[in-house]
Design a binder for this molecule. Structure first.
Ligand code: DC
Length: 226
């Protein structure tokens, strides 16, 4: 079985996919991490991100491996070097949409993504899973949330357990909101495989729901298909 979860940045796809995978014993496939790995590695190897042929060539030749890890669900490595933390920085947030708009980069990653589902049940999350990567997925979810709420969740997650003033938090929410909206705009307006809901996707707006409530809705969809 393939479950596709698409949606904009910060809509909770990763957390929800992890929980659904854990509950049903499926493998989780985080396709955003692969695009992040390309963006990070290009910068680390001093490749100009505007140089589409060079970035595409890199995407074709690097070996990206994703392995399960007990504490955060997955570790990602490029040519054997662990980049799990490095791909989550604001610098990668700001550049990943550029490399993921290159058709050759998308083509290079597509075969890896499809291969991951060859002999497993998977929960795959990204922007084009239900439309391009697995159009045949049995369950498609398009997860959205109000942009300010998405920014607020991101900031809360970043500062979990820290003691920070409300003003400082509000400033960071505002900056995060602007960055999220910029990335959504780039991801939705590109020519190849833009962020969009498949016609047969179930749209879930998680603004007013907890993680558990969203997982429960998806669990009902899965049970209905078994
Ligand atoms: O889900 P994320 O924020 O880690 O994704 C990072 C970027 O990768 C996102 O801004 C757009 C790109 N992406 C994509 O183009 N297609 C996917 N299936 C997944 C991510």
């Amino acid at each position: 079985m393939i479950i596709a979860i698409d949606g904009p940045a910060g809509s909770g796809k990763s957390t929800i996919a992890r929980e659904v995978a854990r509950r049903f014993g499926f493998q989780k496939l985080d396709t955003g991490a692969m695009y992040r790995a390309v963006a990070y590695t290009a910068a680390a190897r001093h490749i100009d991100l505007d140089d589409e042929p060079a970035v595409t060539d890199l995407a074709r030749h690097i070996v990206i491996t994703v392995s399960a890890a007990p504490e955060d669900g997955q570790r990602i490595a490029v040519d054997g070097e662990d980049v799990t933390r490095e791909i989550r920085t604001p610098a990668v947030d700001a550049t990943v949409s550029k490399v993921s708009a290159y058709p050759g980069v998308r083509k290079a990653l597509l075969s890896h993504q499809r291969a991951a589902a060859d002999d497993h049940d998977v929960v795959a999350e990204g922007r084009d899973i239900g439309t391009v990567v697995f159009p045949e997925a049995q369950i498609k979810v398009f997860l959205t949330a109000d942009p300010r709420e998405r920014a607020r969740r991101r900031v809360a997650q970043r500062h979990e357990g820290e003691d920070i003033s409300a003003d400082a938090l509000e400033d960071e929410v505002q900056r995060t909101l602007e960055a999220l909206e910029r990335r959504d705009e780039l991801d939705s307006s590109r020519d190849v495989a833009p962020l969009s809901a498949a016609p047969d996707a179930v749209v879930i707006d998680s603004t007013a729901y907890t993680i558990d409530e969203v997982v429960q809705k998806i669990a009902c969809l899965i049970d209905g298909r078994r």
